[in-house]
Design a protein around this ligand. Structure first.
Ligand SMILES: C[S@@+](CC[C@H](N)C(=O)[O-])C[C@H]1O[C@@H](n2cnc3c(N)ncnc32)[C@H](O)[C@@H]1O
Length: 381
């Protein structure tokens, strides 16, 4: 059953009833709705939509309760904070009429209209198109193939290709839908173009003259995007949300290496992925402790949105026994384990430490000048 059926009076009644049931057992919920006189097919569609809305709260917050989803559409939708920032970037560049190619259930599309742009969404999937029409009422939404969609009259384009095949994530851009050559050709047709890509995209695939941006939300890298034409003011950009702090650079410099100092910094994943650790090191007056690992260190504490800072209170060569003794002596019962450049996993290490005590600490499993090492910080930073 499609989303439109839920828009009828009886569909809306079934949806309200399904949402009121909350997280009841699916079979119990279905028989409750049928017993209350709701059509069985409508009841099933309403329960599916209610479940999707519950799941969507993690991404869309309160808005989820009035939105429409398909399972894939929800999974692939852009988070609103990321979409809002993207839309603001298009608006600031003077875009007025944007084609959102592969609009899915319309998260980016909504943000474009909320930023004051005239927006047209295009998607192949009738289910997501139906959802996008409801979620982004201020936009025009077309069901069709973006590779044949005419772009006359648009002064900006955004494409968020499908990066899944057979239910699995696709990492190779040549397997995206629409295909990679189409994405690259977009910028030749419309200079103000942005294309969303997987955060794992290799730097060697970034076209010359384009800006590659990695975006994190609350410290987790959630997406990467390629920006063309007037947007490409930097080669690489790391953007941190919700603050909007941005670091830019060439992505080709290497930070210097030196001894471990009093403060250690764990750079945000967006900074690491965008290869801007050297630019961050400049801001902090910091150096690496190992040439191939992204931890930075400095004598003086510098406040930065681009990294978490910890005070070093212990350092030892890799030894579970010595770490266990050190943590026991300090009464550490709660330990955060961070790692870069170590094969040991927190799951392996934690039970061996037999933690007891009231204090909290952080340990970094890493290498210092090539040697497997453990750096301790307590209080945790
Ligand atoms: C990652 S989702 C887009 C999510 C969207 N930006 C959002 O925030 O809701 C990708 C979408 O691309 C659509 N798609 C894939 N190939 C397409 C094509 N050739 N033409 C139109 N849509 C396509 C899929 O149906 C899917 O809905």
């Amino acid at each position: 059953m499609d989303i439109e059926a839920l828009l009828t009076t009886s569909g809306q009644a079934a949806l309200s009833a399904a949402m009121a049931l909350g997280e009841a057992d699916p079979l119990v919920a279905a028989s409750r709705l049928r017993a209350d006189g709701h059509d069985p097919a409508l009841a099933a569609a309403a329960l599916t939509q209610a479940r999707l809305r519950e799941r969507a709260v993690a991404k869309f917050g309160e808005r989820a309760a009035s939105m429409y989803f398909t399972p894939d559409g929800l999974e692939q939708a852009t988070r609103p904070a990321v979409a809002a920032r993207r839309a603001a970037r298009f608006a600031a560049a003077g875009a007025t009429r944007i084609a959102d190619l592969c609009c899915g259930i319309g998260s980016d599309l909504t943000a474009f209209t909320e930023a004051g742009l005239a927006a047209t969404g295009v998607d192949l999937s009738p289910g997501t198109v139906a959802a996008a029409r409801l979620n982004a009422p201020g936009a025009e939404v077309v069901c069709g193939d973006v590779t044949t969609f005419p772009l006359d009259g648009f002064d900006a384009a955004f494409c968020d290709p499908a990066r899944r095949a057979g239910g699995r994530r696709v990492f190779d851009p040549s397997a995206y839908s629409p295909p990679w050559p189409f994405l690259l050709s977009l910028a030749e047709r419309i200079p103000r173009t942005g294309v969303k890509v997987a955060p794992g995209i290799g730097h060697e695939l970034v076209p010359a003259g384009a800006e590659a941006e990695w975006v994190s939300v609350g410290g987790d890298v959630v997406e990467a995007a390629l920006w063309f034409g007037p947007f490409a003011s930097a080669d690489r950009r790391a953007t941190l949300l919700p603050s909007g702090a941005a670091l830019t650079g060439s992505g080709e410099r290497r930070a210097g290496t030196g001894p471990l100092r009093r403060w250690i910094y764990d750079p945000d994943g967006a900074v690491v992925r965008s290869h801007l650790v050297a630019e961050l090191a400049d801001l902090l007056g910091a150096n690496l402790v190992d040439p191939s690992i992204a931890y930075l260190t400095s004598d003086d504490p510098v406040d930065t949105p681009f990294a978490r800072r910890y005070e070093v209170t212990g350092v030892l060569g890799f030894s579970v026994k010595r770490l266990r003794a050190l943590l026991a002596a300090r009464g550490v019962g709660r330990l955060t384990i961070k790692k870069r450049g170590s094969a040991v996993t927190p799951e392996q290490l934690r039970p061996q430490l037999k933690l007891r005590g009231d204090r909290e600490a952080t340990v970094f499993l890493t290498r210092i000048a090539g040697a497997p090492s453990m750096i301790l910080s307590d209080p945790p930073g």
